[in-house]
Design a protein around this ligand. Structure first.
Ligand code: DGT
Ligand code: CA
Ligand code: CA
Length: 575
């Protein structure tokens, strides 16, 4: 069975968790954690690299030992190091790590002190009031744990778009290779670019449905076939992801694509529109009586309803249908509109590539500029820069810039916003830079009022250009910190500074509705990769997807500006 990057990442991450619960050497743990992150986000499948015999140690953070493990996983589907650890520790203990607030250290304490090995045991101990008695826990933590366990047990699992994209790509390639496929598309929430997807909805147009269905159920990654009829099939992959397949005739392609792209709310609104015109809309077409008026393409169906074609990211019944009727749909931003990137790291801090390598990749992508924004000194674990190292980097950038034509590295910093809203470097240092990206990396638990004040105060500093990842959430791991986003957007407008939509597939904050807020207020959004390696520029497409869900056009986005227009915009934020 083909191994995806997400599978390898999951193994490394489980090893790191288990090692940490076991109390192993922190450097070893960190090596696995880094490897999990890098592998999980690598845009090319490592399986292919292994098959081509490429040297895996060229990947950032991957030494000979990890490279051998990747090869082992790709070739055998297993990792002996993990199996060994699993034997040493209780089988379900990593489940406990899914509870927000429980890191490996706490899990270790719970295990050693109270012999808690499962979520059920955890809930029972919390109910019995035994957890609050442990050092470092307390009654509040106990209550939080109880609530989190209940929520976790009731929650259906959704997977990140970046992971779904990898599973989808290899299944689509497998089906295409069958030959009978005329058209194929992943519809549903995937096509609408939602941050996470519940399942994949695959659509195939073919004149040989039986052949396609046979090939679908014969896919190596299928764990269980739930249904396999003439026109529809449903399977569960080994990863646990469900895939629904509809097989249709080419004449109904557009109607089916429209229907299975959804959202459900959008479909219902369209159907109502059809009914009001005395028509009937379903997955086979748009009908008057038995006559099919439209169905071969989405454009045709929308047109027959008096609408412009609506981009999938807008299909949420949030005003898009009225806009399509009035010819007022936004011209959504595309990846090709981006002229550069305003948030990236290098080896100088926790990135994996050199300044020169990052610049070369940005140029290869056709960018006019790339801002280097390392962490500041407070983030010691990321080797954050102090004033001296920052100024050294600026000199390096100056030297490199002399060698470029039609491209420029911008001097920046991702400066820590401290708890009192001050910035982690003095103004005279920040004033030397082209831009200052401010971000919160600590004290996520402050109250809404305090957190909002903290950010507003930071924005008031004389040199503050962009607020990075404005809510700090990690889709799989950490809820957003509590902030009054409407106030922050208004303050950004008054201050003339910008908000970042962080394109990292685990972050993607701003959310779609935050983007709408920014657009309404006229605050420009920077769609930034937050790249920690050359490969990470591939994340930008997820940021663009999110921006499109938020109705953003090229003119609403800061880094669609050519350099000559960007520089005055950045300069205007300086006081
Ligand atoms: P997900 O899978 O939870 O991320 O979200 P979706 O939007 O992919 O939902 P899913 O997989 O249940 O269904 C795919 C599409 O099929 C959905 O977006 C719209 C369409 N659909 C499903 N059920 C209904 C329904 O009851 N009524 C209508 N009008 N459309 C439906
Ligand atoms: Ca779906
Ligand atoms: Ca589905």
């Amino acid at each position: 069975m083909p191994i995806h990057n997400a599978d390898i990442a999951a193994i490394f991450s489980e090893i790191a968790d288990l090692l940490e619960i076991e109390g192993a050497n922190p450097f070893r743990i960190r090596a696995y954690r880094n490897a999990a992150r890098i592998v999980g986000e690598w845009s090319r499948e490592l399986r292919t690299l292994v098959e081509h015999g490429e040297d895996l140690t060229k990947l950032p953070g991957i030494g000979a030992d990890l490279a051998a493990k990747i090869r082992e996983i790709v070739e055998t589907g297993k990792c002996r190091a993990l199996e060994k650890l699993r034997q040493e520790l209780p089988p379900a203990i990593t489940e406990l790590l899914h509870i927000p607030g429980l890191g490996p250290k706490r899990v270790r304490t719970l295990w050693h002190e109270l012999d808690i090995q499962t979520l059920e045991q955890l809930a029972r101990a919390a109910r019995d009031g035994r957890i609050r008695q442990l050092p470092g826990f307390g009654a509040k933590t106990e209550a939080n744990i109880l609530q989190a366990v209940a929520q976790h047990l009731s929650q259906a699992r959704r997977i990140k778009l970046v992971t779904a994209a990898q599973y989808a790509a290899s299944l689509v390639a497998w089906l295409k290779a069958a030959g009978a496929v005329e058209r194929i598309e992943v519809a549903g929430s995937f096509r609408r670019a939602r941050e996470t997807v519940g399942d994949l909805d695959l659509l195939v147009a073919t004149r040989d449905p039986a052949a396609v269905m046979r090939r679908f159920t014969a896919y190596e990654e299928v764990r269980e076939v739930l249904a396999a009829g003439e026109a529809r099939g449903s399977v569960i992959l080994k990863s646990g992801l469900q895939v629904d397949l509809r097989v249709i005739t080419p004449a109904a392609w557009g109607a089916a694509l429209l229907y299975f792209t959804g959202s459900k709310a959008h479909n219902i609104a369209l159907r109502k529109l059809a009914q009001e015109a005395g028509l009937k809309l379903n997955e086979y077409g748009l009908f008057r009586g038995r006559e099919r008026l439209a169905g071969a393409s989405e454009e045709e169906v929308y047109a027959a309803l008096g609408l412009e074609w609506i981009p999938p990211e807008l299909r949420d019944d949030r005003g898009e249908i009225g806009a399509a009727r009035a010819h007022r749909l936004p011209r959504l931003v595309t990846l090709a509109d981006l002229r550069g990137d305003l948030h990236a790291h290098t080896q100088a801090t926790d990135g994996h590539d050199t300044l020169a390598a990052m610049a070369a990749e940005a140029q290869r992508l056709g960018f006019e500029y790339l801002a280097i924004t390392e962490h500041s000194r407070r983030l010691t674990m990321a080797h954050g820069l102090d004033a001296r190292r920052l100024l050294e980097q600026c000199e390096q950038i100056d030297r490199l810039n002399e060698t470029f034509h039609g491209f420029r590295l911008l001097k920046g910093i991702e400066v820590d916003i401290l708890e009192d809203g001050s910035l982690d470097l003095p103004d005279d240092v920040l004033g030397e830079l082209d831009l200052v990206v401010g971000a919160i990396h600590s004290r996520f638990e402050l109250s809404r009022a305090q957190q909002t004040e903290r950010i507003l105060r930071a924005m008031e500093r004389p040199f503050f250009t962009i607020l990075a990842h404005p809510t700090g959430r990690l889709i799989d791991g950490r809820p957003p910190y509590d902030v009054d986003m409407a106030r922050i957007v208004r303050a950004a407008k008054q201050r003339g500074c910008f908000l970042e939509l962080n394109a990292h597939p685990e972050r993607l904050d701003l959310t779609d509705s935050d983007c709408l807020l920014a657009k309404d207020e006229g605050v420009l959004v920077a769609i930034d990769s937050d790249a920690h390696s050359r490969a990470d520029f591939a994340h930008l497409r997820f940021g663009v997807g999110q921006a499109r869900r938020g109705w953003l056009e090229a003119r609403d986005v800061l880094n669609t500006r050519p350099l000559a227009e960007l520089m005055p915009l950045l300069a205007r934020t300086r006081r």
